[in-house]
Design a protein around this ligand. Structure first.
Ligand code: SF4
Length: 136
């Protein structure tokens, strides 16, 4: 069984197993799910509560993450300000969004909650400052 865990290469018609750590609470249950060859969930075990099932369903079908990063600041007390996506975004966009933030340079002062990138790529994804930087 274990040699098939985390193997995402299953061909259509071939079931496979995945091991997923639930991050919904600090308990961090290790959940094993079996998927059919088309990615449909057949079975879930190892979750202590129903949130674990929801977490696995999302991880399998539409994994999302919050992106925490930083952007450059001109004329500020600090050269960088922390930013984040207040809402989780599809995992597939993380790398490109992080790349986009590298080209951003803000003029101090920066306030908490200030929009840094609005509606990225027309996808409704905002990047927001999570810290302050005074002007110097
Ligand atoms: S399955 Fe329930 S108890 Fe286990 S980590 Fe997820 S939320 Fe916590």
């Amino acid at each position: 069984m274990n040699d098939r865990l985390n193997d995402r290469r299953g061909a259509p018609g071939t079931s496979r197993l995945e091991r997923i750590i639930c991050l919904r609470c600090p308990r961090g249950c290790e959940i094993t799910t079996s998927l059919d060859g088309y990615g449909a969930i057949l079975e879930i075990e190892g979750n202590v509560c129903r949130l674990g099932r929801q977490y696995v369903e999302q991880e399998v079908h539409n994994p999302t993450r919050i992106l925490p990063t930083s952007v450059r600041v001109r004329n500020g007390r600090y050269p960088l300000v922390p930013v984040w996506t207040p809402r989780p975004i599809p995992k597939q966009y993380l790398r490109d969004l992080a790349r986009s933030t590298r080209s951003v340079e803000l003029e101090a002062p920066i306030n908490v909650g200030q929009i840094v990138i609005s509606n990225w790529q027309g996808l409704g994804i905002d990047v927001v400052a999570s810290g302050e930087v005074e002007r110097v």
